[in-house]
Ligand binder design. Sequence first.
Ligand code: SPV
Ligand code: MN
Length: 623
Amino acid sequence: MSKDLEIIKEKCDRENFEKIVKIENNYLFKFIVKFIKLLNPKTIFICEDSENDFNYIRNKTISDGEEKKLSMEGHKVHFDGYYDQGRDKEHTRLMVPKGVCLGSGLNTIDKERGLEEILSIMEDIMHDRELYILFFCLGPANSKFAIPAIQLTDSSYVAHSEIILYRPGYEEFRRLGNYKDFFQFVHSAGEIKDGVSVNIDKRRIYMDTEEDIVYSVNTQYGGNTIGHKKLAMRLGINRASKENWLTEHMFISGIHGPGGRVTYFAGAFPSMCGKTSTAMIPGETIVGDDIVYIKKIENKVYAVNVEIGIFGIIEDINPDDDPSIWKVLNEPNEIIFSNVLVAEDGDVCWVGKPGDVPEKGINHSGEWYPGKKDSEGKEIAPSHKNARFTVNLKNLYNLDINYDNPDGVEIKGIIYGGRDSDTLVPVQEAYNWVHGIISMGASIESETTAATLGKTGIRKFNPMSNLDFLSIPVSKYIDINLEFGESLENPPKIFSVNYFLKDSNGNYLNEKTDKRIWLKWMELRVHEEVKAINVGTGFIPEYEDLKILFKAVLGKDYVKKDYIRQFTLRVPENLSKIDRIIKIYNDLGSGVPDILFEILKEQKTRLENLKNKEGEYISPFSF
Ligand code: SPV
Ligand code: MN
């Protein structure tokens, strides 16, 4: 027996030891030993791809208090600490070796310093705890897309979330044998009191893309801890950049067109800006809602959902707007609710759920009652804005038949969205790939939300909605996106959408359901079945086509007045946006492709000419 296996054996019982030996991967054994020495767990549990092992984790969530059972079977609730309710951007850092520069916009720390800090925080941290070792596969197993990945954690909640959200990977590891390029995640919730991490001041999420390893400590919130989610995204973006494919913050949906045709779209939106609700839109079918790998295969574009579940926002989920999720949440499926309000009878409540709010209950602040204030005097809502549900896709009736297809689905359209109250029209199509990547994807600005800690409502630059997750310089990332489509004869069409446009009184100009129409219109555009109007920033829909779609899909009369209000070209706002984006890229310094400035300046000239001819606010009927 090797020295490494001997060390592992000391911490395992026979059953668990046999499970690890069967993988026959020396790189894996070395990795585990390194962390046994650092974390010093009391015991180790190895999780195979079996219900038996998954049940072990599920039971642990209850016995160690990280989750509690709710009244409906399969439903459980987990609370993160009061100050641990979102991604901690400040303490999430890429560790970079000396001499490497990732440019501005990315949060970095010198690798030597970072490692020293994180390793010292993690030292001995599991001395009184069990270490769970879990294996997953990002993307469908045994496919061109698959990336095997391992999670070490002492949190049964994190382990449980991953069992719901990712494809099992123990058998994939066995199949691969002595394979070394797996992603590695090491997490400890740190000291726990009343089920939550207490040492929040020492919360750190440090990433090492050279070694494909991410460390996370003293936190429980999923975006900081579930390795295979946003932590794997940083590793994925780095790997993709070297191998000429893409890792994106996107949903995938099958949009159902005329004659039973299904056309797949992928769409990037910043957190809490309608990505999941778009993926879940009634009448269409979902492949995924958060993270995709996109590859070129024989001159076409294919994508897979990296995950197999949803870690979705629960606020405002209601039976009318979200029938599929509503059904899932009200049936005895395996669900983890996080940071919701739990009433005395074990029923779950969230802001925006139809019905009365209970007079008391338990939420992320402990015992809750209406009017309760926190230590800063701020009133505590029944549920946190970033409260979520975790559920496997197989429970959805609107799941697309290709959701687990190892070949992926062919992507014909790419959508970029953001939270923009005053600039972009509700939907428009780019002139071509390069124009779309630059003027839409690379130019996304979005008002901040509660998905990250900090102030909300501030306009922030967020290229491809991926800025938080980049592990390579922004300029290089833009370049890779440009190149990806340029080599294709027939790249996917690119669109931008804006669900958040308001009038001058601050009222939304669209109904939530209008996005169904934009999707149907984009589907028709991909197949060149409707015309469009060139307005200088792209192509917008013709009124008559929307009118037909509104009637057919929503049974609504779409009046000209609404069309004009929604699709009026707002020239001053568009010009200011271009100036802001040019300044941001200028400030990034060298490396930004020249074409980016050229495309934006051309757009500016087009808009200025239009302004001279037609004025500042131009009706779509004036084109
Ligand atoms: C997001 O914030 O984009 C999410 C949830 O999808 S998190 O896991 O926090 O990233
Ligand atoms: Mn996300």
